[in-house]
Design a protein around this ligand. Structure first.
Ligand SMILES: N[C@@H](CCC(=O)N[C@@H](CS)C(=O)NCC(=O)O)C(=O)O
Length: 223
């Protein structure tokens, strides 16, 4: 039995969604974030030493990293579904997006989240102006322009095809959903990028996406 160690409001929602798209049976073990630090509970480290979610177990196998989990599940149980055939140009695009989501897009969005938190958190009054100035400069000169560049790139990609790999929905779209959902909540993704907004509308309307939300519980991304 596949067990998903699922942290609320997290990247692991994608794994539940994939399992629903594939129609597989699975069990969800729920973990709640600390309401102050938003970190995962220490109990998750008993499954994988880093204590991050998602992690799955499947028999004797324990696997972390959402991209690796998605690749494993599709290869092992997909029966040709949700991934282009090996050796095709589409397969390379598929691998690209699986890696891009966590390798390029998410680090920028996590940086943005951290800097937003620094700005919002209480600090001694005498450091506040300097801290705010530094945070503002890093956001303006580095983080915001990079996020805008990536969003424009992604918008242009979805002008070429319906989904990220081509006109067929693949699990790379599932992997790409989290950075785009996070960007809509915390990084200014809005209707000025209609293809990306349409992508979000289309994934949110999928029955498997909705079933996964029911299995996963609360899914409200942090800003
Ligand atoms: N690149 C990893 C990132 C895993 C990760 O950072 N997960 C977050 C949830 S969105 C987490 O577990 N955060 C809680 C913590 O760091 O304690 C993946 O894609 O699986």
């Amino acid at each position: 039995m596949i067990i998903v160690h699922h942290l609320n409001n997290s990247r692991s929602q994608r794994v539940l969604w994939l399992l629903e798209e594939l129609g597989l049976e699975y069990e969800v073990k729920h973990y709640d974030r600390d309401p102050i630090t938003m970190l995962a509970p220490v109990s998750l480290r008993a499954v994988h030493l880093l204590g991050k979610s998602p992690v799955i177990t499947d028999g004797a196998l324990t696997l972390a990293e959402s991209g690796a989990i998605i690749e494993y599940l599709v290869d092992r149980y997909g029966d040709g579904r949700l991934a282009p055939p090996i050796g095709t140009p589409e397969r390379l695009r598929y691998i690209y997006w699986l890696h891009y989501a966590e390798g390029s897009a998410m680090p920028l969005l996590v940086l943005r989240l951290i800097f937003n938190k620094i700005e919002a958190n209480p600090m001694p009054f005498f450091v506040r102006p300097i801290a705010r100035m530094i945070v503002g400069r890093v956001k303006q000169s580095l983080i915001e322009p990079q996020i805008a560049l990536h969003l424009s790139y992604l918008e242009a990609e979805l002008e070429k095809s319906l989904w990220f790999v081509g006109n067929e929905f693949t699990s790379a779209d599932i992997q790409m959903s989290f950075p785009l959902e996070a960007a809509a909540v915390r990084a200014g993704l809005d209707i000025s990028r209609p293809k990306l907004m349409d992508f979000l509308d289309r994934i949110h309307a999928r029955p498997a996406y909705r079933r996964a939300l029911e299995r996963g519980g609360a899914y409200e991304l942090m800003n």
